[in-house]
Design a protein around this ligand. Structure first.
Ligand SMILES: Nc1ncnc2c1ncn2[C@@H]1O[C@H](COP(=O)(O)OP(=O)(O)OP(=O)(O)O)[C@@H](O)[C@H]1O
Ligand SMILES: [Zn+2]
Length: 655
């Protein structure tokens, strides 16, 4: 045997090796795992690869995403990775797509065009989406993820294994709103405040979007009324500050920044201090004085070594370990270590606050309508670092370096190239088992931080019978959503019964968490799918009201390009779906769904809420839009103290 594929043929066997060039594989994500994996599959001999990623290359990717070079920064990850890896093997065709996997054109039909899907993603939302599409399309998926030294590979085969949603995922870390807004006690509280409260207030969409709703709710929940009133006043005062940021500067550049500083680090804190009750059991914060800090005369009541702003405080590195620092006099900065890892003095933080505020204000004046936090956007990261550290100083909380703030605010664990490489190798091994249909060999594999047992494998579990994703019955209609109505689709899919579909039954219909109809409410039945925003790539869930049959998930696809306009605008599946009868079982203990969060329903536009807990996974809580936005960032502001979560658990979300 000779030639490029000799080794692969020897290892894989001639049959599989001969198939690989024809296998159509979709790789979703060209980041840390994606780059390693693309290299692996190209070299293994996969011949028809579609690579999809929505992002462009960032400088911070270059340490591990080795298909990229500095000259590629800001270019599409998918395009550059495809170009680089294509050169590794002349027999490969890589089709790059610069796009979001959730876009409507990537519908079930499109997923069906692949033999295998490989996920190399970094967020739950996209993973859950691909999982559902694979369940609908019946295509095997190999799911993966890493977090620092830890990693996991999970092959997902419809009806044979658990799907990604069979086991509830931990919900992101949450904090009570009052801890964030008035009584922070840890650096993370100040970071969350800067990132999820101050930035939206100053640079977000609408001055009071959501905030008042948060406070109304907090009041209803019996929070301290005086505190709420103070927080309300605080929110009102933001209006003038927002205006200052958006109007062309007349006076000194420092003006707008100083105005914000004065408000948030002085007046607001003074207001809170006026509420004596609040400070009976906790240390009072200290209002900061802009002028005194800049001219070096400001002092904090707490020992400086314990707080940020300490002139000779040891610098901490990214792992929280202390690094050696210069101790040359009280006003010298610690220039030891990288710029990002330097401990910042109070003066440094004020300077950084002014500079970053001005940069952000300039962006707003140059036409950026809103700015939100992005860990890779230096201006917002500088702003959050400075604002969080200043707030920490006021509250006697230790400060954090820019590097640490980036980690904490971005909910990130530093990626380790080696873990990604190990995981990418394991993905290929599992993918080959799947292609061989060697289902007995397929395993969940974990990479763990245990030197004597770095890898462990787990036999695959059967699907969770209660899973609201993989236990549903999937079908597809092809239609023109501008011409077909909800009623037509639902009636069509249910069919006439007698072996031709389930037949007319009492059903409720949903799109994600939105109720579109139920047995007592058919207002939407004559509306077109488009008017209900149910378009290509989305699913209609038809839920049997009697809970006798499983849920039908109807994927909405486009009519074929050659479809005659005079023909029906709806092509129904043939045969019609026949969901299985639900076998009523006692609540299993091993596979509990993650109530109560999963059971929360979003209020539909019609003010109807679904009354029964069904098999659809419901993860979006009832929230005003602002809170929703924060949720997406991985952080929830809770309204009541009894929703309190353990205060000192870490906030890192492993996804
Ligand atoms: N919905 C999506 N559609 C397409 N690609 C996605 C989607 N969500 C995430 N991705 C991609 O998945 C990849 C995940 O890679 P990785 O975890 O290494 O993240 P990264 O953004 O490159 O690195 P870091 O987050 O550490 O800066 C990223 O390239 C990201 O753009
Ligand atoms: Zn499942």
């Amino acid at each position: 045997m000779s030639g490029r594929s000799a080794h692969a043929t020897a290892i894989l066997g001639p049959e599989l090796a001969a198939r690989l060039p024809e296998v159509k594989v979709l790789l979703v994500g060209a980041g840390g795992i994606g780059c390693e994996l693309l290299k692996n599959i190209v070299l293994t001999g996969f011949g028809r690869i579609t690579l999809l990623d929505l992002d462009t290359i960032d400088l911070s990717n270059l340490n591990r995403q080795f298909l990229f070079r500095k000259k590629d920064v800001k270019q599409s990850k998918a395009m550059v990775a495809a170009r680089t890896a294509a050169a590794f093997n002349p027999n490969v065709t890589i089709t790059p797509i610069h796009g979001n996997i959730k876009e409507p054109q990537f519908d079930v039909e499109w997923f069906k065009s692949f033999d295998l899907i490989l996920n190399a993603l970094d967020n739950l939302d996209a993973r859950r989406h691909v999982n559902k599409m694979c369940m609908a399309a019946g295509v095997p998926l190999v799911e993966s993820g890493t977090a620092g030294y830890l990693g996991q590979v999970q092959p997902i085969l419809k009806d044979r294994t658990e799907c990604f949603d069979c086991v509830p995922k931990p919900t992101p870390k949450t904090f009570p709103v009052c801890t964030i807004r008035s009584t922070p006690s840890q650096p993370i509280h100040c970071i969350v405040w800067a990132k999820s409260y101050l930035i939206p207030q100053l640079f977000g969409e609408d001055e009071d979007a959501g905030k008042e709703g948060d406070l109304d709710e907090a009041e209803k929940q019996g929070e301290n009324a005086q505190e709420i009133a103070t927080l309300r006043k605080e929110a009102q005062a933001f209006k003038s500050v927002r205006a200052a940021l958006r109007t062309p500067q007349s006076g000194s550049d420092v003006d707008a920044a100083r105005l914000i500083f004065q408000k948030v680090f002085n007046s607001d804190i003074n207001n809170l201090l006026s509420m004596e009750d609040m400070w009976r059991t906790r240390a009072k914060p200290t209002p900061l004085d802009f002028a005194a800090i800049t001219n070096g005369t400001f002092t904090l009541p707490l020992p400086l070594s314990q707080t940020n702003g300490a002139p000779t405080r040891p610098a901490t590195n990214g792992n929280g370990a202390t690094a050696s620092t210069s101790s040359s006099g009280s006003s010298s900065r610690s220039d030891a270590g990288l710029k990002d890892q330097r401990a910042l003095t109070l003066q440094d933080n004020v300077e950084l606050f002014v500079a970053s505020t001005n940069r952000l204000a300039a962006r707003m004046r140059n036409g950026e309508e809103t700015i939100s936090f992005d860990k890779d956007d230096d201006d917002t990261l500088d702003f959050v670092t400075a604002a969080a550290n200043l707030r920490s100083a006021a509250y006697g909380i230790p400060g954090k370096s820019r590097w640490e703030v980036k980690e904490m605010a971005g909910n990130i664990i530093p990626a380790i190239a080696t873990t990604n490489a190990i995981i990418a190798g394991l993905i290929v091994l599992q993918a080959l088992h799947v292609l061989r249909k060697a289902y007995n060999a397929v395993r969940n594999v974990h990479v763990q931080f245990r030197p004597n047992l770095p890898l462990s494998t787990i036999n695959l579990s059967m699907p969770n019978p209660k899973c609201g994703v993989c236990r549903d019955t999937y079908t597809q209609v092809l239609c023109d959503p501008t011409r077909v109505t909800l009623g037509e689709v639902v009636r069509g899919v249910l069919g006439g019964g007698d072996g031709k579909g389930l037949g007319p039954r009492e059903v409720s219909v949903y799109e994600e968490q939105r109720v579109l109809s139920d047995p007592d409410w058919d207002d939407n039945n004559e509306r077109t799918l488009e008017s209900l925003n149910v378009t290509r790539g989305k699913f209609l869930s038809i839920v049997d009201e009697e809970s006798e049959y499983g849920t039908i998930q109807v994927a909405i696809g486009a009519l074929p390009p050659n479809h005659d306009i005079n023909e029906s605008a709806l092509i129904l599946p043939d045969p019609l779906p026949l969901p299985p009868k639900i076998v009523k079982v006692e609540e299993p203990t091993a596979h509990k769904r993650s109530a109560p969060d999963d059971e929360v329903v979003e209020e539909p536009p019609t003010k109807r809420v679904r009354t029964t807990a069904t098999s659809i996974p419901l993860v979006t809580p009832v929230t005003p839009s602002k809170k929703r936005k924060l949720d997406e960032d991985g952080i929830l502001l809770l309204e009541t103290a009894n929703e309190m979560v353990e205060a000192d658990a870490d906030v890192i979300e492993i996804d």
